[in-house]
Design a protein around this ligand. Structure first.
Ligand code: GTP
Ligand code: MN
Ligand code: MN
Length: 396
């Protein structure tokens, strides 16, 4: 029959790490809807539901064509009853009533605005909402005690809620690179996170730093941070120390997926000079265009009326720095490239299918009771019995 081909069922493997997910998404309407429900679940601390929606969205991101009918979805993994109902609603009515009502709900809007402050998580936002704080003005008026991160987050709210462009990421990369080689010649830096996957914008910029001689990276982070601070590049920073090597029981396997590298969560001050200093002259025109200070956010609030809006010669950007010893570099690179769901699926695959434990430090084989070494991402995929997936195809 002629139209049988059109309704041919899709087929995808069940783990996201078995799939190639590029940035070309043929089902953005459906995946945006499911991602919003995932986000709402995460903001409500319902992590199980959040993951279920993320997995469903990831399956649709991997499809080669737009979904035209429900019958095409038969047999696809990770599509639960709830996700199927949302998809059906959109295919039949053009929108999902649940997604629309979530978007409109006061609670969702408040959670979004409050967790949009760097340093504010779902739990804090929930507590504030129960105290009657739904927006930034109410937060300022009722004045709960803010920690240092939250104060910085509030101060740079507009900047930090604007997407970071690849050219901004490159400009910051040049500064960080310069800092790295000044404080430790021979050390090198790699762009990780979403930009390594080829994304054109991000919520932050992530860098991994190492030195080809094991041990030489020790003490690098404080020096790097001091250098950046002395040059006036940091508006905020919080460095956490590496505790992986400090455990008394030797190189025991990591107790959790939380990794224990030396890392630094920072807010970077990106000036117009740094932007101009990049090797990419085409960024000049892009930077010439004035962007409104308030991003896409419907805040209707000027935090400091005395401050001239939108004319400062710099912007604040979230930057994450991670330092890894060379022996763990491949694991750190794989673990910090993302996407978050891809990482989660790699660990699930390792545990459930291979009886192995994967972290950003190491891969442990429970059957052989030993660590499996690797000096490249390719080797780690091979240990896991997976086909290699390049960073640009890890956008699950
Ligand atoms: P955007 O920044 O939103 O553009 O996307 P992104 O993929 O870069 O996300 P993000 O910067 O939040 O994280 C980058 C990668 O680092 C993801 O794969 C995360 O799983 C990973 N990551 C973030 N925080 C941690 C952490 O505390 N420990 C470990 N091991 N990985 C982390
Ligand atoms: Mn990132
Ligand atoms: Mn990050």
């Amino acid at each position: 029959q002629g139209n049988e081909a059109e309704v041919a069922a899709f087929s995808v493997p069940s783990y996201a790490c078995q799939r190639r997910t590029t940035l070309e998404n043929h089902n953005t309407v459906l995946t945006d809807a499911l991602s919003l429900l995932a986000e709402n679940a995460e903001l409500s601390e319902e992590d199980g539901r959040g993951v279920a929606f993320r997995r469903a969205a990831a399956v649709l991101k991997a499809l080669p064509k737009p979904v035209a009918s429900m019958t095409q979805l038969r047999g696809l993994p990770c599509l639960g009853e709830h996700s199927l109902r949302v998809i059906k609603d959109i295919l039949e009515n053009g929108a999902s009533s649940e997604v629309e009502s979530t978007k409109q709900s006061e609670r969702y809007k408040a959670l979004k605005v409050l967790t949009g402050i760097f340093g504010v998580g779902a739990r804090t936002a929930d507590r504030w909402i129960r105290d009657g704080i739904h927006n930034l003005r109410q937060l300022q008026d009722s004045g709960p005690t803010l920690n240092r991160a939250q104060q910085a987050g509030l101060e740079h709210y507009d900047d930090l809620n604007q997407p970071v462009s690849k050219s901004d990421a490159d400009a910051i990369g040049e500064v960080v690179e310069k800092a790295v080689v000044s404080v430790l010649p021979g050390a090198h830096m790699t762009l990780i996170g979403g930009f390594r996957r080829g994304k054109l914008t991000g919520h932050d910029v992530d860098f991994l730093i190492t030195h080809p001689e094991e041990g030489r990276e020790v003490g690098l982070m404080p020096k790097l941070v001091s250098w950046l601070e002395s040059q006036g590049f940091l508006l905020y920073q919080k460095t956490t120390r590496n505790s992986y090597l400090e455990s008394k029981d030797g190189p025991a396997r990591p107790a959790s997926n939380m990794d224990r590298f030396e890392r630094c969560f920072s807010i970077f001050k990106l000036t117009k000079e740094e932007k101009r200093g990049t090797k990419h002259p085409e960024t000049l025109t892009e930077n010439g265009a004035q962007t409104p200070d308030n991003g896409g956010l419907d805040l209707d609030l000027d935090l400091d009326q005395t401050k001239p809006a939108g004319h400062k010669p710099w912007r604040a950007v979230r930057v994450d720095l991670v330092v890894s010893p060379i022996s763990q570099f491949a694991f750190a690179l794989l673990g910090w490239t993302g996407s978050k769901l891809f990482e989660r699926e790699l660990r699930r695959w390792a545990g459930h299918e291979k009886s192995m434990s994967l972290s950003s430090h190491a891969l442990y084989d429970n059957r052989q009771s030993k660590y499996l070494r690797a000096t490249s991402e390719e080797e780690i995929f091979a240990h896991l019995g997976l086909e290699f997936v390049p960073p640009s195809e890890r956008n699950a």
